[in-house]
Design a protein around this ligand. Structure first.
Ligand code: GDP
Length: 438
């Protein structure tokens, strides 16, 4: 989906605008400065056009950190969005922080909309007009709270929003899109350099590809791959506060553009909550997943320490990563180059699973057999039956079961497990939806 990102300094009404666009009344989270929201990407729709809405305002810095945080937000938006909405509080007028953002936004050739917020009635429209002198073109007067002007703004946005996301254009026949993710210092940039070589192909030199300065096309295993958002790997945002939020923002935004994610973990350290959070973001995005356990060179020493850590790691994987046991694992060393050749086959397998489609006939034969062998347990004297099933989509594989009652979560897990046993689906999440006919 094409990506629209909302940027602006704290308290200009970014969340209110997000809610208005999503057509909801309540705030995503109340406007308390310093509150961190986990969610940064939303699926939105306007006039039958679907797009991803990225709210960069999930973490509102205190006065001291404002300029850097807002700059970091804007930088991410500029890198990863197709269209940027820059929100200004028109009743306050442009502040020094706003002008700081304007300088950053002037450097991009992506469309930027200047949203003059808090214009609750026509009387205040001159306040919006005053923002012309920011040099970002026509200000759009809106009231995010009351909804005034938002329709006009969205109509204008839809005119420039690419029909197909700039990245989706490469889908047919183009290099497949990979995001390298992981917390800081796990070895992402080392992996990038070792696997792809220090001299990498420049995207715009390849025929038929659109220039996106944050992506790189590299050759791995004799094939071309598009590594999305490599800028996020090379360029680190150093912030005293809110760094986690920016990391999530960057991860979510990169996932929007990717088909498959390589989540890099550092085996010399315990698996952390942050590692699991990143993996969960991949699951939520529905992208294919490969787990790369890096720094294996450190565990190879045949002394007691190496052995202890190896055993501990197995336990941690069982405990913390059981829900992604289907993801291919590669044990690599970006330092020595160990097993880097295993990465490409893992990526290919995950993508093949992500694309896999089971014909309806076969799927129903599978359902029939499964129900015979292991019927749904009786519930209140009745037994929910599966009447029919079909695979409604791929990327990730999504199934619909038509049933006569809700299936227990345990039974749904059983269906999933059997599907994986029979068809593999290694490296991809599977979605099972139900349509209940009472
Ligand atoms: P990033 O923040 O994820 O991009 O991590 P870097 O690639 O900058 O690596 C962080 C640190 O880990 C650096 O000091 C690297 O030299 C080191 N490192 C990366 N990969 C390996 C590895 O496979 N083995 C060992 N021993 N160290 C590594």
């Amino acid at each position: 989906l094409p990506v629209v990102a909302i940027v602006g300094r704290p308290n200009v009404g970014k969340s209110a605008l997000v809610n208005r666009i999503l057509g909801r009344r309540e705030a995503v989270v109340e406007d308390t400065p310093g509150v961190t929201r986990d969610r940064v990407t939303y699926k939105a729709e306007w006039m039958d056009r679907r797009f991803s809405l990225v709210d960069t305002g999930g973490w509102e810095p205190d006065a001291k950190g404002i300029d850097r945080s807002v700059a970091a937000q804007s930088e991410i938006a500029i890198d990863l969005a197709d269209v940027i909405l820059f929100v200004v509080d028109a009743m306050t007028g442009a502040t020094a922080t706003d002008e700081h953002v304007v300088r950053l936004l002037r450097k991009t050739d992506k469309p930027v909309f200047l949203v003059a917020n808090k214009i609750d009635d026509a009387v205040h429209e001159p306040e919006a007009a005053a923002l012309w002198n920011l040099g970002l073109g026509e200000p759009y007067p809106v009231s995010a709270i009351h909804g005034r002007g938002v329709a006009d703004l969205l109509d204008a946005v839809m005119k420039v929003l690419p029909k197909v996301s700039a990245v989706a254009k490469h889908e047919i026949g183009g290099p497949r899109r990979v995001a390298i993710l992981g917390r800081p210092n796990v070895g992402k940039s080392s992996l990038l350099n070792k696997a792809a070589g220090e001299e990498r192909v420049v995207v715009n030199e390849l025929a038929g590809t659109t220039r996106d300065p944050v992506d790189e096309i590299v050759e791995l295993g004799g094939k071309l791959w598009r590594l999305v958002d490599t800028a996020g790997i090379r360029r680190r945002v150093h912030l005293s506060q809110g760094a986690d939020f920016y990391a999530s923002l960057r991860t979510s935004a990169a996932l929007e553009k990717a088909e498959v994610a390589v989540v890099v973990l550092d085996v010399s350290q315990p698996i952390s909550e942050q590692d699991v959070r990143i993996i969960d973001l991949v699951l939520e995005s529905g992208r294919a997943l490969v787990l790369a356990f890096n720094k294996w060179d450190e565990l190879l020493a045949d002394d007691a320490r190496g052995g202890d850590r190896r055993r501990l790691l197995e336990r941690e994987i069982e405990q913390d990563l059981a829900h992604v046991a289907w993801a291919p694992r590669v044990n690599i060393s970006a330092k020595t180059g160990r097993h880097l050749d295993k990465l490409v086959p893992a990526l290919e397998m995950a993508l093949a699973s992500w694309d896999q489609r089971i014909p309806t006939g076969k799927f129903n034969a599978f359902i029939t057999e499964l129900v015979q062998e292991h019927p749904h347990p009786l519930r209140g004297g009745k037994q929910p039956r599966i009447l029919f099933g079909t695979q409604a989509g791929t990327r990730p594989p999504t199934f619909v079961l038509f049933t006569t009652g809700f299936l227990d979560p345990g039974y749904r897990r059983f269906v999933q497990r059997r599907l994986r046993e029979l068809y593999g689906f290694e490296g991809t999440p599977i979605v099972i939806n139900m349509r209940v006919r009472e």
